[in-house]
Design a binder for this molecule. Structure first.
Ligand code: PLP
Length: 483
């Protein structure tokens, strides 16, 4: 049983006909589209950032809204004829405000990274540019002398950002040097306690007091625990920082009211950024929530950072946010967290070491060094057995960011297929079965390798058969028939 209720006949005929139209121009694209559904149906998807959007969300994206330019904001466009784009953008923003209880929502960012870049520049505009212009006694940047403009540009380039390090579970956009965020800001990073793997708020406070960032970023892609945003805000206030929470990964748990009180970022953050396609289960895209204070700056995302929005995706965001406001979505979000617990327990009782010894969100991070494997070897062996995960660094990873020592798994996608705690216990058993039967391999010259591996004969087939049984019991998009 999947929890997307839809009329199978209707959706089947919609897609059969759409694929026929596509095939009349380029049959190989239609074929790849069919094959992608078959592959997704047949794989045990444990990638923590992926999900399955509803047919309503997917169908909304395939329309002529894609053909429209709509730079600007609702009711204030640089192009003519945007009345219908206005309708869907306003709806998406309204649903987002109501869903999350935020004062303001901006739904134009095309992705999570776009949302973060837009938010960073909005914070810089609010905190650096506006006071600077007021100080210079001018209304707009265009009124500045060339010399003052150079000084302001220099100011932009010297602001400080404090974010979670990549190997502790942070995201590239939180100040990682190779990313633009590490170059546009003078950045420092906070990690997790090497013993517990948890964020140490006292250490973070001490670091913030010493570094005095303009922006404190909270949020993660690979941290298996909830954060205390009340504490984060306290720290931000103590040092005069703007608190930005990037909830890209866990937005579904916020929307579904699994994260409440101090764990709900909206009451505490000045600015919240997100994706719409991970645990929130919407179309691939980004969005920003903000307080009234920051709203006017965020609203200038176009032309500050963005070009034309994607109206077909904004329309799909409106549909997805409407879905997320239902009681069914709340049950779904709770099941994501319950299932992650079951998966973590299932792994630990089979002697798998987990970073932080468990989870209280949707992510489980395995330290596979106890199996004598690198993350790369474990990821490949699991994939050979049809279990789709991704390798990930663990705190202070001895194998670096490429080979790693960890495997990250998440529950949002399989929970959308209707998997429950009992199925996730079987998933834990299958993962451990593969890891126990995998040995590190050697290079062609016979030296130890961090990449090659040897999976014992018969294990892949056995695990594939067991997963197929689970997947058949919980079909993806049941009733959707493309034959
Ligand atoms: C996934 C993710 C992003 C980036 O999202 P994209 O849509 O891939 O650009 C940003 N921040 C965090 C914390 C993420 O997990």
């Amino acid at each position: 049983m999947s929890d997307h209720p839809f009329n199978g006949d209707l959706v089947s005929s919609a897609y059969q006909q759409a694929l026929e139209v596509i095939a009349s121009v380029e049959p190989r694209v239609a074929e790849a589209t069919r094959q992608e559904l078959a592959d997704q149906r047949a794989s045990l998807k444990l990638i923590a950032s992926e999900n399955y959007a509803s047919p309503a969300v997917l169908l909304t994206m395939g329309s002529w809204f894609s053909d429209k330019y709509a730079e600007g904001t609702v009711g204030h466009r640089f192009y003519a004829g945007c009345q219908n784009v206005d309708t869907v953008e306003a709806l998406a923003a309204e649903h987002a405000r109501e869903l999350f209880g935020s004062e303001y929502a901006y739904v134009q960012p095309h992705s999570g990274i776009d949302a973060n870049l837009t938010a960073y520049w909005a914070i810089l505009a609010h905190r650096v540019e506006s006071p600077w212009l007021a100080n210079a006694g001018v209304k707009s940047m265009n009124d500045l002398s060339e010399a003052d403009w150079e000084k302001l540009r220099h100011e932009f380039g010297n602001q400080r950002l404090l974010g979670m390090s990549l190997d502790a579970g942070g995201h590239l956009t939180h100040g990682f040097r190779p990313n633009i965020s590490g170059k546009m800001f003078h950045q420092q990073q906070y990690g997790t306690d090497p013993e517990t793997g948890l964020v140490d708020y006292d250490a973070l406070r001490a670091k913030a007091k010493e570094f005095k960032p303009l922006i404190l970023v909270a949020g993660y892609s690979a941290y298996p625990r909830r954060l205390n945003f009340a504490k984060m805000r306290e720290i931000a206030d103590e040092v005069g920082a703007t608190l930005m929470v990037d909830m890209a990964h866990f937005a579904g748990l916020v929307a579904g009211k699994v994260f409440t009180g101090d764990e709900d970022p909206i009451p505490f953050a000045h600015v919240v950024t997100s994706t719409s396609h991970k645990s929130l289960r919407g179309p691939r895209g980004g969005f920003i929530l903000a307080t009234e204070e920051y709203a006017p700056s965020v609203d200038r995302g176009c032309p500050m950072v963005l070009g034309g929005p994607l109206p077909h995706v904004m329309a799909a965001k409106a549909v997805a946010f409407a879905e997320a406001r239902t009681p069914e979505f709340r049950s779904y979000a709770q099941a994501i967290a319950d299932n992650a617990h079951a998966l973590a327990d299932g792994l630990m009782k089979r002697d798998t070491r987990l970073v932080t010894d468990g989870t209280d969100n949707h992510i489980v991070l395995l330290d596979v060094s106890s199996f004598g494997l690198t993350g790369r070897q474990a990821e490949s062996a699991l994939l050979e057995a049809g279990v789709v995960t991704n390798r990930n660094s663990v705190p202070a990873d001895p194998n670096g960011a490429w080979y790693t020592s960890g495997i990250r798994v998440g529950t949002p996608a399989l929970t959308s297929r209707g998997f429950g705690a009992a199925e996730f216990d079987v998933v834990a058993e299958l993962i451990v079965e593969v890891l126990r039967n995998t040995q590190p391999g050697t290079t062609s010259a016979g030296a130890p390798s961090k990449a090659s591996y040897v999976l014992a004969d018969g294990v892949a087939d056995k695990v594939r058969a067991a997963s197929a049984e689970l997947l058949d019991k919980h079909p993806l998009y049941p009733g959707l028939d493309l034959s």
